[in-house]
Design a protein around this ligand. Structure first.
Ligand SMILES: *Cc1c(COP(=O)(O)O)cnc(C)c1O
Length: 729
């Protein structure tokens, strides 16, 4: 039997024992009323735990818990939340059950190298991780039976500190696993379950952790255990090793180990969904398992092929993981014998004509092993069909079997709860359960009922909240580290809530062109320092620790922010992560994005901004080609002459700022409200929220892919009729 070891929670009064389950289920992180239950126990403790309910419960003195247990207001709130949580966990009438009752026992196994779920579990690098996290939350919300596999990155999280000269320093924070919402998976003997990656030599052992995301379970693989020799322990310690051989080991453990883990846990599934190619080896292991179960090699291949969906996120061939054949051989030698596919056939499936001939390309392998594949926006689907046309030379370009499902964001996670409360006040009399139907356009159309003044007032409050957060951190640096003035200013000390505020936050990869707006310094200074209509820009984002070019771009921006000529109107906020992202996408006026097209496969931070009424000012790429409707933001870079793309795009941006964005923002009526701007905010919310919600996205995955996989006859043979896995002791 699989079990979960419970940490000692003896000091929690029986009356409040439901808090334990709640603290371990991330459901609480996207239900503000549940979050409040922890916050209301003790605000200081909540703050000190850095919004980590598990840690807070463990550290809170028993007196405070006893006091809450005998406080009638607290217990009423508690009872309501617990009842809601239980209803959610047991609900049998979710969207999925209603539309696909015959598939209730068919699970989808979802593999991703990263997950962005909540900041107390920092298992992500960026957008790919948040996309995966939002996917799991949404599947839980609408009842799609999915089980997920990923890595427990124990050293994983790099905090960013900017030196005085603007250089990024990476400060590692070890994840305190016993103080986070993860539980160890135990074996029958009550000890932590230890598994071994089958057939791979040298032997690699791993343990498993479990995260509950509403009703979805995520299993995390952990190689940092004593059964492994030291050089293999750190396979799972950091995201995306830049040492290729370590990267290969990570992908072997994620794909082969992950698939083996599901089997060992007795989890049966009818479909595999690979979020990017890092877990591609899952397909070899599934193939091997099918052979072991008695299928012929042809049957096994067809099973894997027909049941797999591969989602690609990479619009350039250079972005794919590749390994030389000798390196694959080194670890797969013993595996080949059990695989019942010849080494040559296996390696052939990973060839790509642009690679050297002895290279195994993970994405090419996925494309050949999966009947279903998709890109993550309409544009990216097109790009992917062009990139992979060589695999289907007999097809016309538009018949290459790669579709697209445009990304979306989990609305309850990213929309500010006060905005939901405000909208609720005006919509609920007409449509009481509107938030339950947030992928429907008619729901959001009702937002016109919210008075402009109310929406503007709330937006201003959220901007103040962002600025206060920035000031609080700069005050700390000023006091604690004796930061010099230029650094306090560069960190945002002169940011002003009455100024048009542009946000730009993303990873500092070169193609994102974070410094594009600095092309013409004089023109930019004029825009920022206009005495009547000033503008300020808040930057945030990390460069990959090994990406010196990204770090140099960041440094350049930081040094501009330090210069008096910019008037303190450029700010750089350190340590972009889930929390900073929330403040920014909810608190700035405009969200700027200017990567080199078509390299932004989709992008999601702009969607988070859009649903909060923050207007997108973005290049024609990724999701925004679909999102822009002429009234909900601004678009540029649709055509260019190839002369100097940077200069052309930047010029267009300056013109839009000078002629449209800035005048509109400052065009206020006698009541002090820029009504035309607020009209655009409403348009942004109502046009984007339903379409770029992860609810629309996972339903689309269901209609376009999952359902055809689940309905195929041979997959039905693998029904999960076992009891729910991971039963606790
Ligand atoms: C949403 C998000 C991302 C992804 O944003 P993109 O626009 O796709 O670059 C990256 N990091 C954090 C912290 C996010 O919240």
């Amino acid at each position: 039997m699989i079990g979960i070891r419970w940490i000692d929670f003896d000091h929690i009064p029986d009356r409040l024992s439901g808090l334990i389950d709640l603290s371990y289920n991330l459901w609480s992180s996207w239900h503000p009323e549940a979050w409040l239950l922890f916050k209301n126990l003790n605000r200081q403790g909540w703050k000190e735990s850095i919004h980590n309910p598990v840690r807070m419960l463990q550290e809170l003195p028993p007196e405070l818990l006893e006091a809450a247990a005998s406080n009638i207001d607290y217990t009423n709130h508690y009872d309501a939340v617990i009842a809601k949580f239980q209803r959610y966990m047991l609900a049998k009438n979710q969207w999925f059950d209603e539309y696909y009752p015959e598939h209730q026992h068919h699970k989808i196994a979802y593999f991703s190298a990263e997950y962005g779920l909540q900041h107390s579990l920092p298992l992500y690098a960026g957008g790919l991780g948040f996309l995966a996290g939002d996917h799991l939350k949404e599947c839980s919300d609408i009842g799609i039976p999915l089980v997920a596999v990923g890595f427990m990155y124990s050293d994983g999280y790099l905090h960013q500190r900017i030196r005085n000269d603007g250089w990024q320093e990476d400060v590692e924070e070890k994840l305190d696993r016993d103080n986070a919402p993860v539980k160890r998976v135990l074996g029958r003997d009550g000890n932590q379950l230890i598994l071994q990656v089958p057939f791979i030599a040298p032997q690699i052992h791993f343990a498993l952790w479990r995260v509950d995301i509403g009703r979805v379970i995520l299993y995390l693989i952990d190689t940092e255990i004593e059964q492994n020799p030291p050089h293999l322990r750190n396979i799972s310690s950091r995201l995306y090793s830049s040492i290729n051989e370590m990267r290969l080991l990570q992908e072997i453990v994620l794909g082969i180990g992950g698939t083996h883990a599901l089997k060992s846990l007795g989890v049966k599934y009818s479909a595999v969904h690979l979020n990017e190619g890092h877990a591609a080896f899952a397909l070899v292991e599934l193939y091997r398992q099918k052979i072991e179960e008695g299928l012929t090699s042809e049957e096994a291949f067809h099973h894997v092929y027909n049941t797999t969906l591969f989602t690609t996120h990479t619009p350039v061939p250079a972005g794919h993981d590749k390994f030389p054949h000798w390196m694959i051989d080194k670890y797969f030698n013993a595996y080949y014998s059990g695989m019942h596919m010849s080494r040559e056939d296996f390696l052939k499936k990973g060839l790509h004509f642009e690679d050297p001939p002895d290279t195994f390309n993970m994405a090419a392998f996925c494309m050949r092993m999966a009947a279903h594949a998709n890109g993550v926006s309409e544009k990216h689907g097109e790009v992917a069909r062009r990139m992979w046309h060589f695999l289907w030379p007999e097809h016309k370009l538009d018949e290459v079997p790669i579709g697209s499902v445009t990304n979306g964001v989990h609305i309850p996670t990213w929309i500010n709860p006060r905005l939901v409360t405000l909208i609720n006040r005006y919509i609920s009399p007409i449509c009481p359960d509107w938030f339950e139907h947030h992928d429907k356009e008619y729901v959001w159309a009702l937002i016109d009922r919210v008075p402009d003044a109310k929406l503007w007032e709330l937006h201003y409050a959220l901007k103040i909240k962002l600025i206060n957060r920035i000031l609080q951190f700069k005050r700390r640096d000023w006091m604690k580290y004796q930061a010099d003035c230029a650094n306090v200013v560069a960190g945002g000390a002169l940011i002003d809530p009455n100024t048009l505020t542009i946000g730009f936050a993303r990873r500092f990869s070169t193609y994102k062109r974070a410094d594009l707006i600095f092309q013409d310094l004089d023109r930019l200074k004029k825009i920022l320092n206009n005495p009547w209509k000033p503008v300020q820009i808040i930057f945030a984002g990390k460069a990959h620790p090994a990406d010196d070019e990204g770090k140099r771009i960041l440094q350049r921006i930081y040094q501009y922010a330090q210069q008096p000529e910019f008037g303190g109107r450029i700010a750089f906020v350190e340590d972009y992560g889930e929390q900073v992202a929330k403040y920014l996408v909810q608190g700035v006026d405009v969200w700027m994005n200017n990567p080199v097209p078509p390299l932004e496969a989709s992008g999601t931070s702009g969607m988070k901004a859009a649903v909060n009424g923050v207007l997108n000012f973005s290049i024609a790429d990724g999701w925004w080609i679909e999102g822009y409707n002429g009234k909900n933001g601004w678009i540029f870079g649709k055509s260019h002459t190839n002369n100097d793309r940077n200069w052309e795009d930047a010029s267009e941006m300056y013109s839009l700022l000078e002629n449209e964005i800035v005048p509109l923002y400052y065009d206020t009526d006698l009541d002090g409200i820029p009504h035309k701007w607020v009209a655009m905010m409403k348009e942004s919310i109502k046009s984007n929220a339903p379409r770029f919600s992860s609810r629309r996205m996972v339903k689309e995955y269901m209609h376009k892919y999952y359902i055809s996989i689940l309905s195929c006859a041979e997959c039905n043979a693998f029904v999960d009729d076992s009891t729910p896995e991971g039963i606790s002791q």
